[in-house]
Design a protein around this ligand. Structure first.
Ligand code: NAD
Length: 487
């Protein structure tokens, strides 16, 4: 399963890995007294040292972002957009190195998901640079004008997770800066290198202090959420940490956007063209080895087709290769870190102990050097099983039978999460009716994982607060300011 082969791409990385990674503070690349090991999850070897930003370095970064704010905010949106477009061009020039670094620290396959993530992120930066929040005229009568303006907030703190460190970081940077804010970004301690690398690229583009990147431990995140000079936290991560962010953000009534965990369901109705959708559903569940907030984590299939569906799904899945992401033949990379790997070991043991039917995978070979977990399908476990109720964040999927639409809708909604979901059926109108009953921020019908710069994305219930992307996502980086003029 574990293939150590690497492509030539890794050799381009020597020049990056041989130089120290540094923080970006006030336009300068800054070294730290302390560093921590960053591991390649495909073999658990140390690939680089990342700087541990100190509390006082974070303080300096926040001060720099505060000092840069008024000049940056006073530029026109077009001027700010031009800087961001230049940034997109500079990222484009280094995109192969960025994707290779992503594979090395995160594990996802270089030739597919890592390259796609980097390309999507650069596309996002370029497109968001062109978006504007125009003044809205609400009333314009003979003697009175009412206008709504969207004014920047100040310093934004961005906190990102380890599953999509490039895309999720740049998703925050571009809208934050185009709307006139400045930023301090703290990446996950598990995947700091890509963020430090795009920070190094940013150092040559933006005025000092506009974008600062500080890596280090979780305590830096806490310091940001408590800091009186940070006006907003844009957070992506687990629900548990999101709750802490909200608590400490209350100190100065920060604006808070939370993109959190999910336990997304896909519902395959009895009339679905089920054979043709299996590849799509496989990748929707197993892409990035299931380490995806919007991965399909529960697959409900009508009992009239369930047995055939599971058989065909297993057939499709069984030749997909789990391995080193640098190997061009790898379909799914390792689990990004030991903490998550250990959670999966526990979940797999529970699945075995309970005696659930496992037609594919099921046993983790813990003797392998990398964090490799086999593609695993659990056939019709009970609704109250851990594998149905918990967010596994790994390549394991329960395929659950249902008879009745009302019942399946109730089961889909019986979760504290509400991130996304999908419904599949030939009768489109009926499938849409079912989709309207799913309590989630995004629901797809006969398609899945479509995102767009202009499409708002966010979770309901304990999957989050607020949205990213779209007009609404841009507005979340601003205050609404109402002007009224007597004519
Ligand atoms: P995590 O919550 O452990 O960490 C996320 C970030 O928060 C890291 O940068 C971490 O250093 C920081 N952090 C930790 N403690 C903090 C504190 N007390 N205050 C402030 N910041 C703190 O999450 P993770 O394990 O890195 O990511 C996986 C989770 O993220 C999953 O639940 C997944 O579903 C979710 N996720 C959600 C989305 C979405 O858009 N909804 C996208 C990707 C991942």
């Amino acid at each position: 399963m574990h293939n150590q082969a690497t492509s030539n791409v890794s050799f381009n990385l020597h020049s990056i890995l041989d130089n120290p990674f540094r923080l970006l503070i006030n336009g300068k690349l800054v070294a730290c007294d302390r560093t921590f090991d960053v591991f390649n999850p495909a073999n658990n070897e140390v690939i680089a040292q990342a700087p541990v930003g100190s509390s006082s370095q974070l303080e300096t970064a926040i001060e720099a972002a505060k000092a840069a704010f008024s000049n940056w905010a006073s530029l026109s949106a077009d001027e700010r957009g031009d800087y961001i477009l230049k940034y997109a061009d500079a990222l484009e020039e280094r995109k192969e190195a960025l994707a290779a670094l992503l594979t090395l620290e995160q594990g996802k396959p270089f030739h597919t998901m890592a390259t796609e993530e980097v390309n999507a992120a650069i596309y996002w930066v370029r497109e968001v640079a062109k978006r504007r929040l125009p003044i809205e005229t609400i009333e314009d009568t003979d003697d009175h004008v009412v206008e709504v303006h969207h004014t920047p907030l100040g310093v934004v703190g961005a906190i990102t997770p380890w599953n999509f460190p490039v895309l999720l970081g740049l998703w925050k940077i571009a809208p934050c800066l185009v709307t006139g804010n400045t930023m301090v970004l703290k990446p996950s301690p598990y995947t700091p290198l890509t963020s430090l690398f795009f920070g190094e690229i940013a150092a040559k583009i933006f005025p000092a202090g506009v974008l600062n990147i500080v890596s280090g431990g979780n305590e830096l995140g806490q310091q940001m959420t408590e800091h009186p000079d940070i006006a907003k936290i844009s957070f992506t991560g687990s629900t548990q940490t999101g709750q802490k962010v909200m608590q400490s953000g209350a100190t100065n009534l920060k604006r808070i956007t939370l993109e959190l965990g999910g336990n997304d369901a896909a519902v395959v109705l009895d009339d679905a063209d089920w054979e043709s959708i299996i590849p799509t559903l496989f990748w929707a569940a197993f892409g990035n080895s299931g380490q995806w907030c919007i991965a399909v984590k529960r697959l409900y299939v009508h009992s009239s087709i369930h047995t055939q569906f599971v058989k065909a799904f297993v057939q499709f899945a069984q030749d997909k290769k789990v391995g080193n992401g640098m190997d061009p033949t790898t379909d799914l990379g390792p689990i990004q870190n030991k903490m998550q790997y250990d959670k999966l070991v526990s979940l797999f043991r529970d699945t075995q102990k309970q005696g659930y039917k496992v037609p594919l995978g099921g046993v983790i070979d813990e003797s392998l050097a990398g964090n490799f977990v086999p593609i695993t399908i659990v056939d019709n476990p009970p609704e109250d099983s851990r594998i149905v109720q918990e967010e596994p964040f790994g390549p394991i999927l329960p395929i659950i039978a249902f008879n009745d639409v009302d019942d399946v809708v109730a089961r889909v909604n019986a979760t504290p999460y509400g991130l996304a979901g999908s419904v599949w059926g030939r009768d489109r109108a009926r499938a849409i009716e079912v989709s309207k009953r799913i309590q989630a921020g995004t629901v797809w019908v006969n398609e899945i994982h479509i995102h767009g710069v202009d499409i708002p994305f966010g979770g309901h219930k304990m999957s989050g607060m607020g949205v990213e992307n779209g007009h609404e996502g841009l507005c979340e980086f601003t205050n609404t300011k109402t002007y009224m003029f007597k004519k």
